[in-house]
Design a protein around this ligand. Structure first.
Ligand code: G1P
Length: 289
């Protein structure tokens, strides 16, 4: 069964981006002139999803405003000649159904995904963390295909230098897995110390999961900080049936910090045909006058 629902956890308070996130949800920070959440929704739609479930927080009303269809805005964007952008906006809330559910307190990614359970129903579903932006939908398509073919969950992976593993979920691939994947994941650990990490393969924020993961989420007990990790639910799942790990082969930006966001904005601007030339010329002059 192909995953056609995409869950976007967006309930975090964005404290690393204070003060801007006092008023503007992190997911609406612009990548040039497009909010990050729009890029993630575009990716989900490109991978075949027609139902987007956003897990938000009651204080983040602007996300709901952004997701509310607005024919006047679409018409203005279209009139300005930006047809492709107008089409991307027009389908949200029309052909592509949007459900917003609330996570009332920061109780971790596992709990956030659990909040989407009723909206997801009983089929495989994608999870896209909007802190991470991808150059295209290829990884998500490959994850959807994998789950459709195998019936077990699949996660996107990337190799990182050893000093970066402690910021991520890290997987243990089975000894039989080829170096380039697909990997059979036999264990997962959240944010290990560098010396304890089982590999340098991190989970990037793209998952396609089977609905039985909700039972694992139900069984999670909160950590000392009150949070429940999705990684711990995947860990118990992988102990009984190994998940599949697929290496990302496209570009990926981690916008979880102001520096990462800035890099993404500059890099994506340099790829946008409408701004690349003028911005690239200015940037070259700025760094090498
Ligand atoms: C979350 C997950 C982690 C994953 C990461 C990807 O961490 O818990 O397993 O590797 O996203 O970005 P967070 O960035 O929310 O701390």
């Amino acid at each position: 069964m192909r995953a056609t629902t995409a869950v976007i956890p967006a309930a975090g308070l964005g404290t690393r981006f204070y003060p801007v996130t006092k008023a503007v949800p992190k997911e609406l920070l612009p990548i040039v002139d497009v909010p990050a959440i729009q890029l993630v929704i575009d990716e989900a739609i490109a991978a075949g999803c027609d139902h987007i479930v956003v897990v938000s927080h009651p204080s983040k009303g602007p996300i709901e405003r952004y997701l509310t269809p607005d024919a006047t805005v679409v018409a203005k964007v279209r009139d300005s000649g930006r047809t492709e952008m107008a089409d991307r906006l027009a389908c949200i809330g029309t052909e592509v159904r949007v459900t917003v559910v609330h996570q009332d307190a920061p109780r971790g990614l596992g709990h956030a995904v659990g909040c989407a359970r009723a909206a997801v129903g009983g089929n495989p579903f994608a999870v896209l963390l909007p802190d991470e932006l991808m150059g295209d939908a290829n990884l998500l398509v490959a994850l959807v295909d994998s789950v459709d073919a195998t019936g077990v969950g699949a996660v996107g992976l990337m190799r990182v230098p050893a000093d970066e593993v402690s910021a991520y979920g890290v997987v243990t691939p089975s000894a039989a897995s080829p170096h380039e994947g697909p990997f059979q994941i036999v264990d997962v650990v959240e944010k290990p110390r560098r010396e304890d990490a089982p590999s340098n393969l991190i989970i990037i924020g793209r998952y396609v999961l089977t609905p039985d993961v909700f039972e694992e989420i139900d069984r999670l007990s909160p950590q000392a900080n009150g949070e429940m990790q999705l990684t711990d639910a995947l860990r118990s799942q992988s102990a009984t049936s190994p998940l599949t790990g697929l290496l990302n082969r496209s570009k990926r930006w981690d916008t979880g910090t102001p520096m990462g966001w800035l890099i993404a904005v500059v890099d994506i601007a340099l790829e946008r045909p409408d701004v690349a030339n003028a911005f690239g010329a200015w940037l070259r002059q700025r760094v090498d006058p």
